[in-house]
Design a protein around this ligand. Structure first.
Ligand code: SF4
Length: 58
């Protein structure tokens, strides 16, 4: 995993292995955003498909 934060992707999901927890930014160059709903209407319908569960602690 890179420790270079992407200043364009702010993210607080510290459980993701791509998250730079100390700064609350993603370290990927880009992320895939998806929805699990057929007709999304609120932000809770939207997911980051690039999420990967962190194996260790932050
Ligand atoms: S991959 Fe998605 S969930 Fe993981 S740190 Fe980046 S933006 Fe956050």
């Amino acid at each position: 995993m890179s420790d270079q934060m992407n200043p364009h992707i702010h993210c607080t999901v510290s459980q993701c292995e791509h998250n730079l927890c100390s700064a609350q930014f993603c370290t990927l160059d880009q992320v895939q955003i998806d929805t699990h709903e057929s007709n999304p209407s609120v932000k809770e319908c939207v997911d980051c498909a690039s999420f990967r569960k962190r194996s260790g602690c932050c």
